[in-house]
Design a protein around this ligand. Structure first.
Ligand SMILES: NC(=O)c1ccc[n+]([C@@H]2O[C@H](COP(=O)([O-])OP(=O)(O)OC[C@H]3O[C@@H](n4cnc5c(N)ncnc54)[C@H](OP(=O)(O)O)[C@@H]3O)[C@@H](O)[C@H]2O)c1
Length: 188
């Protein structure tokens, strides 16, 4: 599958690496081209890289691996390119203040992916997953699963059943056991 990744930071790089190792066609992007270059190297040269706009156009599935607070501006920058796409949102409502991570309140009494869905627009096919592990843990557990070791569970949530069906094999290919957590209203 063609996977575009927007945000080549702590989470985007190991996730893209796992998917690239599984044979998916991964395209890294970031606001900083140096991070894109490092990400493609970390994926053993199998992945491509470019701008966020190119990544979203490239992907059958787009992973939005940017920080919670940057998310609305990144979506606005991408304009309509996410329209109709399957988007994986691995985010948690966490912001950085003076170098510390703090949990922020999600507006409107929504779950965090319900809020992201509102930011993205109703025509974006959102699936929340890959948000429950730290990056190093994600890489270690995923690699172990890919090599035939025991597999860790990876929950996923969404309101679009077809989008969930498309994302489920990606979770399995990344080395995890995909666990359907239900709709966005029950998501973490
Ligand atoms: N790190 C974790 O432990 C962890 C665990 C689970 C889930 N997550 C989730 O994963 C997501 C990414 O977190 P992270 O820790 O990987 O953050 P990160 O290390 O800060 O990476 C985010 C990347 O996105 C880039 N970016 C910012 N604005 C952009 C734009 N307009 N276009 C393209 N790229 C842009 C950032 O660049 P700049 O640095 O230059 O702004 C940075 O390289 C977040 O939603 C987070 O909640 C993280």
């Amino acid at each position: 599958m063609r996977v575009g990744i927007v945000g080549s930071g702590r989470l985007g790089v190991p996730l893209g690496r796992l998917l690239s190792m599984a044979g998916h066609d991964v395209f890294f992007s970031d606001a900083d081209p140096a991070r894109v270059e490092a990400a493609t190297l970390a994926a053993d040269g199998q992945a491509r890289g470019g701008s966020p706009l190119e990544a979203t156009r490239f992907g059958d599935v787009v992973i939005m691996a940017v920080g919670w607070e940057a998310f609305p501006a990144v979506v606005a920058d991408l304009g309509g390119t996410l329209s109709g796409k399957i988007v994986i949102d691995p985010s948690n409502p966490i912001a950085e203040r003076d170098g510390l991570s703090v949990v922020v309140a999600v507006p409107g009494g929504l779950t965090s992916p319900q809020y992201q869905q509102r930011v993205l627009g109703a025509d974006v096919r959102l699936v929340r997953t890959f948000n429950t592990k730290y990056p190093r843990e994600l890489l270690e557990l995923g690699t172990a699963g890919q090599r035939g070791g025991s597999r860790a569970d990876m929950p996923y949530w969404g309101d679009d059943d077809e989008a969930k069906k498309a994302v489920m094999p990606l979770i399995e290919d990344a080395g995890f056991t995909a666990i359907d957590g239900g709709g966005l209203s029950g998501a973490r």
